[in-house]
Design a protein around this ligand. Structure first.
Ligand SMILES: Nc1ncnc2c1ncn2[C@@H]1O[C@H](COP(=O)(O)OP(=O)(O)OP(=O)(O)O)[C@@H](O)[C@H]1O
Length: 251
């Protein structure tokens, strides 16, 4: 399924990440090399503590690596100074978090366009309209987050991540706080963003059903990539997870 002619949106090259030092040191990533093809939706799975969030944070420039290299598109993230990292996170990366992370005093529309405003960039109205209609928020744009359901808030967060057309959207357990119907809507939207709009998506999840919306699932255990499935079904993901749990134990 991955089509290398489209190029690579994000890449980790032999990435190591340790926290702490001496006896208290924890190796969260132990030599991870992985490429995320442009226009694909990839899920990252693995037992608790296997390094999923650490890998995502390192890829997105939210955390530095102990060794190895991280790239977003043509930008080498490793070694960027604070200004470079701020610009990278603002212009080339979109985020969707489990807790939505919307600003309560802003309307849905203001939340969605905030990253563009901060970056001094103009809103592409045609693209904004496409995103809004796809997530079904047309009649909610003047509402504040407290006036929206969890599912609607997460759709605002998805729209915010997409409106700047970033190189990659990173989603960290985007359905973790949603009921199954709202979760399915958000996952359907992420899938559509990749398939119809060519948006690269990388999502961390614990949920085999959520992972089945992706084009590819990579599995981490003990800070290493240990398996991968293309065109996953929920059953295939569940089966692979069972074997990982047996192999490494669940913490
Ligand atoms: N800031 C930190 N300081 C110290 N250790 C950390 C820190 N962040 C993560 N770790 C450790 O690194 C390892 C990987 O953690 P990480 O959060 O990446 O795993 P995960 O697969 O995302 O887990 P979960 O599914 O429970 O969210 C764990 O052993 C964790 O305790």
């Amino acid at each position: 399924m991955p089509d290398t002619t489209r190029g690579v949106a994000a890449r980790a090259v032999d990435v190591w990440k340790s926290y702490g030092s001496g006896d208290a040191a924890v190796t969260a990533l132990a030599g991870v090399s992985v490429e995320f093809e442009r226009e694909h939706f990839t899920a990252i799975m693995g037992p608790s503590g296997s390094g999923k969030s650490t890998l995502m944070h390192c890829l997105a420039g939210l955390d530095d690596v102990t060794d190895g290299e991280v790239w977003i598109g043509d930008t080498k993230v490793t070694g960027l100074n604070d200004k470079g990292l701020t610009e990278l996170r603002r212009d080339q990366v979109g985020f969707v978090f489990q807790q939505f992370n919307l600003l309560p005093t802003l309307t849905a529309e203001e939340n969605i366009t905030l990253p563009l405003a901060i970056g001094g960039r103009k809103v592409d109205r045609a693209w904004f309209d496409t995103v809004i209609d796809t997530v079904g928020l047309r009649d909610r744009l003047t509402h504040r987050p407290t006036q929206l359901s969890g599912g609607q808030q997460q759709r605002v967060a998805c729209a915010r991540a997409l409106v700047s057309r970033p190189e990659v959207v990173f989603a960290d357990e985007p359905t973790g706080n949603l009921d199954s119907k709202s979760g399915a809507e958000v996952l359907g939207f992420l899938q559509k963003s990749a398939r119809e709009f060519g948006q690269t998506i990388v999502m961390v999840t614990h949920d085999p059903n959520a992972a089945s919306y992706a084009d590819r699932v990579i599995f981490l255990a003990d800070g290493k990539i240990v398996n991968e499935i293309l065109d996953p079904t929920a059953d295939a993901v569940l089966e692979t997870m069972k074997h990982l749990d047996t192999a490494v134990g669940v913490s």
